[in-house]
Design a protein. Structure first.
Length: 357
């Protein structure tokens, strides 16, 4: 029996993964209220389809910051893929290259950026700004030289949130698994990354609790590729990010893994879209599990969505083929949802299709 959807895939992955690794991937902060809200909020939105529209041909392709993709579905940055499968991020990258959609590589990748870009698909890089500006710049220079076409700077992590499942499990990285692109930047390297339980004691050295708008402006000014700011849930922050030089923003609450009780991302998407006012790209992640979710996000103004945990479930289930299956299935569901709502193209997906229940 094979998974029938992304939700099934999680159940399959849970049976294959050690408990501490499964819990690390799926956990949220504290009471995991925001984790649940991300998913529940999509169910509160109803679709009101159009009929008698010619949908015999449908086009889901788009272009994001100059990168052409086959679908408006990206791989959100997710850490430590080799915990799910020995081939790690390289397998994920090959699957996405085959599908011609974007992989956003995590700073906490267990595979080098050079190995990932060698797969041939479009790759962006998720960045944690370090308190040492030289480390930040060296990392950006490396990933751009490797072929990454954009930088996605995470803004919602001045410190690590508390994921109590990880603390209970004493989560740690096994020997031989570490942040491959950071090893030469931190003198203590992989040995340090194995200490303690949870992320707070493992990689706190790489965070920048004093990161400011002024530093964001500086990064945007010197970066040789476009910069997006990830981790927003307010319109005023989104507008300021664009004013600071960002090419776009990502509406995200870190998958509910940082501050609990923040709103579901889909619920604040319209506010962010209004604030950006067409001056930059708007992406959203958190809770996307169905093609109807993708359609709702686009109807409310997103240019594309990102999915995080589902790619890990696919990887755990069947490596590269499993990741490809996750994205193919979600893309197929989006295609079907477009046909059934009278939308032959992404441009035809409009806000009047969605109403709150």
């Amino acid at each position: 029996m094979t998974p029938q959807n992304l939700i099934d895939a999680e159940a399959f992955a849970r049976r294959r993964l050690p408990k501490s690794i499964y819990d690390y991937y799926r956990s949220g902060a504290w009471d995991e209220i925001s984790l649940g809200r991300n998913r529940e909020a999509y169910g509160e939105l109803e679709l009101h389809p159009r009929v008698l529209v010619d949908v015999s041909k449908r086009d889901r392709s788009t272009t994001l910051l100059g990168t052409a993709t086959s679908m408006p579905i990206l791989a959100a940055p997710t850490a430590f893929h080799r915990l799910a499968h020995p081939d790690g991020e390289a397998a994920t990258a090959r699957a996405l290259a085959d599908l011609n959609t974007i992989m956003v590589l995590s700073s906490l990748s267990t595979t080098t950026v050079e190995e990932v870009t060698a797969a041939g698909g479009p790759v962006w890089f998720q960045l944690y700004a370090n308190r040492d500006a030289a480390i930040t710049r060296a990392l950006v220079d490396r990933v751009v030289a490797a072929g990454c076409k954009a930088i996605m700077l995470t803004a919602d992590t001045p410190v690590w949130g508390v994921r109590e499942r990880d603390v209970r499990n004493g989560f740690h990285l096994p020997p031989g698994v570490g942040a491959a692109n950071l090893a030469n930047l931190d003198p203590e390297g992989e040995a340090r990354s194995r200490q303690g339980s949870g992320m707070g004691q493992a990689f706190d050295w790489m965070l920048h609790p004093a990161l400011s708008w002024k530093e964001l402006e500086s990064i945007c000014a010197w970066s040789p590729v476009p910069v997006l700011l990830k981790g927003l849930c307010r319109g005023d922050d989104a507008a300021r990010a664009i004013d600071s030089g960002c090419a776009g923003v990502v509406v995200s609450n870190h998958g509910g893994r940082q501050l609990d009780t923040v709103p579901a991302t889909i619920s604040v998407l319209p506010e962010v879209v209004e604030a950006v006012a067409g001056r930059g790209l708007v992406l959203v992640d958190g809770g996307v599990r169905r093609g109807t979710d993708v359609l709702k996000a686009i109807a409310l103004g997103a240019d594309a969505v990102q999915i995080g945990r589902p790619q890990l479930w696919g990887l755990a289930c069947d490596g590269e083929r499993g990741v490809r299956g996750i994205f193919e299935h979600l893309d197929h569901e989006l295609d079907l949802a477009m046909a059934l709502t009278g939308c032959p193209s992404l441009e035809a997906i409009s806000a009047d299709l969605v109403r709150r229940r």
